[in-house]
Ligand binder design. Structure first.
Ligand code: ZN
Ligand code: ZN
Ligand code: FE
Length: 760
C-alpha cells in the first residue's frame, strides 16, 4: 500500500439526519475515489474514510461548505484511524435508538429541483402538491416521535409505490431516505369542500380554488403548519369580508406572491431583504410599501409596510401560478386563537369565515405559524420565530441542565434546554384562552418527546396570574425557579450573544410583573444571568382601568397629563382628547386621585401610547402596540432637537420623570407643531436620555456593554438611533438577531437565568 494511503474517522454533529447528509457523504467520497462507510449515530454522523492523503484532505475541507442545504453542522472532529482495506464506500443502515440525541430539521420550502419537477409535464410528479426530497419539505410539523423515520411521521398512512420506494432506497438519489417521499400514485391528495363539509367534485381542485379566489371568495387552505385563510389581495371587498368574519379589525394581514417581480410591483425590496425572503425558511418579511399600489388598502391599514412572503410548498406554487399579484394568506383562526390544523377542527371553527376549503389528507401533528422578520439597524430582526426556524436550537456558550422555561403570557413560546442547545418552541400565542393553553401544554409534551428532554428545572414568570406560571407551579418533582420578566428579556439577549458577564441592560416593553408587585416596563438594569439590580426606571404613573388602559391609550394620556399638570390640563383643548366625553375624562381623573383600579406602572410602552393619544394619533388600539407603532411611523428623520428631560436619584435608583417630556409635547401641540415633528423629537429625546443614563452608569460601574431587549425595540427608529448613539459613545451594544426582542424570546432568558441560579 502506498505510503500516503491513510484513514480517518470523522464525527459530525448538528442537524445531519433526515437532510440527505449520508448520500452527500457517499457522493463526495466517490468524487475523490475514497473508500469507507458512513453511519448515523446517537450524536450525529460518523464517517470512516480511507484513500490518498491529498484526496482525504480535500474531502475533509469540502464536508462542511458543500453539505446539503438543510444540514446545519455544529462540530466536526477528525481523528487518524488504521486502514481497514475497504473495497468501496457504503452507507450503513442505522439501528433503532441511534438517533435520540440528534437534531431535527425545521420545515423547509420546496427546493429548486422539486419545483422544476412539478412544472415539468413529462415528470411523474407534474403538478403534484406534496412533492419533496431530502433537501426540502415538511419535518418538524409531521413528526410525533423519534427517531425521525417514516413510521413516526404522519406519512405512515401512505405506503410508497415501487418507483418511490426505489428512490428511497437508492443512495445516489436525492430522495434517499426522504421520509415524506410521495407521488400522485401513492401519496397524499388535495380535495375541495364547501363550508358545509360537502365535497366539490372537480378534477382540478387547485385550479378551481384559483378561480374561486378570483371571484372574491374566502378559501381556507391547509398548508404546512396549519390552515391559512386566503383571498385575492387586490379585491378590496374580499379583504374587508375576511376581516369582518375573522374579527380582525386592523392588524396587518400577510400576503404571498409568486416571485420577487410580483412583490416589486407593490413593495420596495433591497438585496438583503431579497436574500431573506427567498431563504429556505421563507419567512414573512416586512417590506416598505410602494405608493400607489394595487393591493387593497385594507391589507395593511395605517402602516408603511406589507408583510410579504414567497410560496413555500408545491401547493402554494401551483395555486399562485394562476396569475395573482398577491394572495392574502393569514392564519386560519378567529382573532387570537391557535390556527386550525385538523380538517374536522377547521370545518368546525372556520366555516363561518371561509366559503370553501382546500384540504389534504397529510396530517399536521404540530402547528407552526409563519415566521415574521424584518431588516432593521443592519440586521435580521425576528418579530415571530416559528415555521422554518423551529426546532433549530440557539447554541449556548455553556452546557446547561435539562430545563423547561414556560415563557410569558403574550406571544408565548416555551424553551427546552439540553447540553449547549436551547430549543425555543414555535409561536404559541397569547395564553388568554383555553385553546391556546391546550396548545401550550401539547407543545411542551411534544417537544419533550421529540427532543428527548426530561426537565429537572422549570423556569417561569414572576407574575402570579399567568397561566404559564400556574402550569409551572403545578408540576411535580422539578426544581421551580421564578424569573423577573425584564431580567429574562436581558438574559435572553445575552444568551444569543453568548455573554455571561455583568452588563447594563435596557429592558423596555409594555408590561411585566415587577419584584415590588407593580407593572414594570421602562427598566435599566445592571444584570448578570443569576441576578440584577434596578439601576433606573421610568417614574411610576397610574394605569387607570388597568387592562383597559392598554386598549385605550387616551386613559394613559390622561394619566400623564394629570402627572404633568395636575387638573390644569383640563382646558388645554388637546386634539387627542377632543373626541372623549368630558365626563369620562373626569371619571378617569377621579380613578387616579382615589387609586381605584389604577395599578402603578413604569412602562415605556405606555408612555408611547400616552404620547400617541395626546397628539391625536390614536385613542383606542385593535392590537398590541398599535398606537406606539403608529407614533413611530409618523416620525421622519431624527434630528438634534429634544424635549427637556430629567431624572432624580432616590435610594440608589434613578427615576426618569415623564413630566418634562409631556409638558414639552403639549407645548408643541399648542404651537401647532406637526405630529410628525413631535414624534421625531420624542424619539430623539429618549435616545439622548437613555444614552446619557448609560454614561452615568458606566462612570459608576465601569460597565461598557449595553444589552437592548424588550418589545419596545421592535421600534426600529429607537433601536437604530440608540445603537448609533451608544456606539458613538464607545459602548459595545448587543441586540437580538436570533430570537424576538418581544415576549416571544423571553423563554430563552428564563431558561438561562434558571440555569445560572441552579448552578450556583
Ligand atoms: Zn426538494
Ligand atoms: Zn409513489
Ligand atoms: Fe416583555
Amino acid at each position: 500500500m502506498a505510503e500516503n494511503f491513510v484513514a480517518r474517522r470523522l464525527k459530525i454533529s448538528g442537524i445531519v439526519q433526515g437532510v440527505g447528509f449520508r448520500p452527500f457523504v457517499y457522493q463526495l467520497a466517490r468524487q475523490y475515489g475514497i473508500k469507507g462507510e458512513v453511519a448515523n449515530t446517537s450524536s450525529g454522523v460518523t464517517i470512516h474514510i480511507e484513500g490518498d492523503l491529498e484526496n482525504i484532505d480535500f474531502f475533509c475541507i469540502d464536508i462542511t461548505p458543500k453539505s446539503p442545504p438543510l444540514a446545519h453542522i455544529t462540530d466536526v472532529s477528525i481523528q487518524s484511524e488504521s486502514v481497514k482495506g475497504f473495497n468501496d464506500f457504503s452507507i450503513i443502515e442505522s439501528q433503532a435508538g441511534t438517533h435520540r440525541a440528534t437534531l431535527i430539521s425545521p420545515d423547509m420550502s420546496i427546493c429548486g429541483d422539486c419545483l422544476k419537477e412539478i412544472f415539468d409535464r413529462e415528470d411523474r410528479r407534474y403538478q403534484y402538491p406534496f412533492t419533496n426530497c431530502t433537501n426540502c419539505g415538511p419535518r418538524y410539523t409531521i413528526i410525533d416521535d423519534i427517531p425521525y423515520d417514516r413510521p413516526n411521521t404522519s406519512m405512515k398512512h401512505f405506503k410508497m409505490c415501487d418507483p418511490c420506494q426505489a428512490e428511497y432506497n437508492d443512495p445516489g438519489n436525492r430522495r434517499f431516505h426522504a421520509q415524506p417521499n410521495a407521488c400522485p400514485v401513492c401519496g397524499p391528495q388535495v380535495a375541495l369542500y364547501d363550508n358545509t363539509g360537502k365535497i366539490i367534485e372537480t378534477q382540478a381542485p387547485i385550479e378551481r380554488t384559483a378561480t374561486l379566489l378570483k371571484e372574491g371568495f374566502v378559501v381556507a387552505i391547509k398548508g404546512l403548519g396549519g390552515f391559512h385563510l386566503a383571498v385575492d389581495a387586490r379585491n378590496h371587498d374580499a379583504v374587508l369580508r375576511l376581516r369582518e368574519r375573522k374579527r380582525r379589525e386592523e392588524k396587518p394581514l400577510a400576503i404571498m406572491s409568486e416571485n420577487i417581480d410580483r412583490i416589486s410591483a407593490y413593495a420596495h425590496i433591497d438585496p438583503e431583504e431579497e436574500r431573506l425572503i427567498t431563504s429556505l425558511q421563507r419567512p414573512v418579511v416586512l417590506l416598505r410599501k410602494k405608493e400607489p399600489n394595487s393591493i387593497s388598502a385594507a391589507v395593511s391599514p395605517r402602516n408603511r409596510y406589507f408583510g410579504a412572503m414567497l410560496p413555500y410548498t408545491p401547493l402554494h406554487y401551483l395555486l399562485l401560478s394562476y396569475g395573482f399579484t398577491a394572495l392574502v394568506m393569514t392564519s386560519g383562526n378567529i382573532s387570537e386563537e391557535p390556527i386550525a390544523i385538523d380538517n374536522a377542527d377547521a370545518f368546525e371553527r372556520l366555516s363561518d369565515i371561509a366559503d370553501t376549503f382546500l384540504i389534504h389528507n397529510r396530517d399536521i401533528y404540530l402547528r407552526s405559524d409563519d415566521s415574521i422578520v424584518r431588516r432593521a439597524a443592519g440586521s435580521v430582526r425576528f418579530i415571530r420565530r416559528s415555521r422554518g426556524y423551529i426546532p433549530t436550537p440557539v447554541f449556548l456558550k455553556h452546557k446547561v441542565p435539562h430545563i423547561l422555561a414556560c415563557g410569558a403570557e403574550l406571544k408565548n413560546t416555551v424553551c427546552l434546554t439540553r447540553e449547549d442547545n436551547a430549543f425555543l418552541s414555535q409561536h404559541i400565542g397569547d395564553l388568554e384562552n383555553l385553546s391556546t393553553y391546550e396548545f401550550f401544554q401539547l407543545t411542551i409534551n411534544h417537544m419533550k418527546q421529540i427532543l428527548d428532554i426530561d426537565p429537572e428545572i422549570v423556569a417561569y414568570d414572576l407574575h402570579p396570574d399567568y397561566l404559564s406560571t400556574q402550569y409551572a407551579q403545578e408540576l411535580e418533582g422539578v426544581e421551580k425557579i421564578s424569573v423577573q420578566h425584564h431580567h429574562a428579556h436581558i438574559v435572553s439577549c445575552m444568551a444569543e450573544n453568548r455573554l455571561d458577564e455583568e452588563v447594563i441592560g435596557l429592558s423596555f416593553d409594555g408590561t411585566g410583573y415587577g419584584t415590588d408587585g407593580t407593572i414594570w416596563g421602562g427598566e435599566i438594569l445592571v444584570a448578570e444571568p443569576d441576578r440584577f439590580t434596578r439601576a433606573a426606571h421610568l417614574s411610576y404613573v397610574p394605569m387607570p382601568g388597568s387592562a383597559a388602559a392598554i386598549k385605550e391609550p387616551w386613559r394613559m394620556a390622561v394619566s400623564y397629563l394629570y402627572n404633568a399638570f395636575g387638573e390644569g390640563f383640563w382646558d388645554m383643548d388637546l386634539p387627542g382628547l377632543k373626541e372623549i366625553e368630558e365626563s369620562r375624562v373626569q371619571f378617569i381623573v377621579e380613578m387616579i386621585k382615589k387609586s381605584v383600579n389604577s395599578p402603578m406602572t413604569s412602562s415605556l410602552g405606555r408612555l408611547f401610547d400616552g404620547i400617541a393619544a395626546i397628539i391625536g394619533i390614536r385613542n383606542r388600539v385593535f392590537y398590541e402596540g398599535q398606537a406606539a407603532m403608529e407614533l413611530e411611523m409618523t416620525a421622519k428623520e431624527i434630528g438634534d432637537t429634544v424635549y427637556d428631560y430629567e431624572w432624580v436619584e432616590e435610594a440608589d435608583v434613578r427615576k426618569i420623570l415623564p413630566g418634562p417630556i409631556v409638558r414639552g409635547v403639549v407645548q408643541d401641540v399648542k404651537n401647532s407643531v406637526s405630529a410628525s415633528e413631535i414624534s421625531s423629537k420624542f424619539h430623539a429625546t429618549l435616545i439622548r436620555l437613555f444614552s446619557e443614563l448609560c454614561d452615568d452608569l458606566r462612570l459608576e460601574t465601569g460597565l461598557k456593554k449595553v444589552v437592548l431587549s424588550g418589545g419596545v425595540f421592535q421600534n426600529s427608529l429607537l433601536l437604530s438611533g440608540l445603537i448609533q448613539a451608544l456606539e458613538e459613545n464607545n459602548f459595545q451594544v448587543y441586540t437580538h438577531t436570533h430570537v424576538p426582542t418581544n415576549d416571544g424570546g423571553i423563554s430563552l432568558g428564563q431558561a438561562l437565568v434558571a440555569a445560572a441560579i441552579a448552578g450556583k
